[in-house]
Design a binder for this molecule. Structure first.
Ligand SMILES: [Cu+2]
Length: 111
């Protein structure tokens, strides 16, 4: 049973390594994309990125906001003109919101 578990983990590690190599070959360089926080809205509200890209959120409102994706990333409270950046190392869908105003939501799809 121990051996089976070990073998299983080795196989998925090899698959992950192959994926990293593959995406490294396709991606010449990563990009940084800006999201503005303005009038209680993330703009653009939805983004599609590649693994390795970075998003920088900047708060243009006169009141504080945060950028939170449960279990993935969490900014500090952003005052006016403060920014928060996160680099997406793993593919997937990242729903996020402002913890101070939970009706403020956004989506980042990383492939
Ligand atoms: Cu907010």
């Amino acid at each position: 049973m121990t051996l089976t578990a070990f073998r299983g983990r080795g196989a998925s590690l090899a698959a992950a390594a192959a994926l990293v190599l593959l995406s490294g070959a396709v991606r010449a360089h990563a990009e940084t994309i800006s999201v503005s926080i303005d009038n209680f809205t993330f703009a653009p509200v939805e983004l599609k990125l590649k693994v390795g890209d970075t998003v920088t959120w900047t708060n243009h409102d006169d009141i504080p906001h945060t950028v939170v994706s449960a279990g993935k990333f969490r900014s500090k409270t952003l005052d006016t003109d403060n920014s928060f950046s996160f680099t997406f190392a793993t593919a997937g869908d990242y729903k996020y919101f402002c913890s101070l105003h939970p009706h403020m939501t956004g989506m980042i799809k990383v492939e």
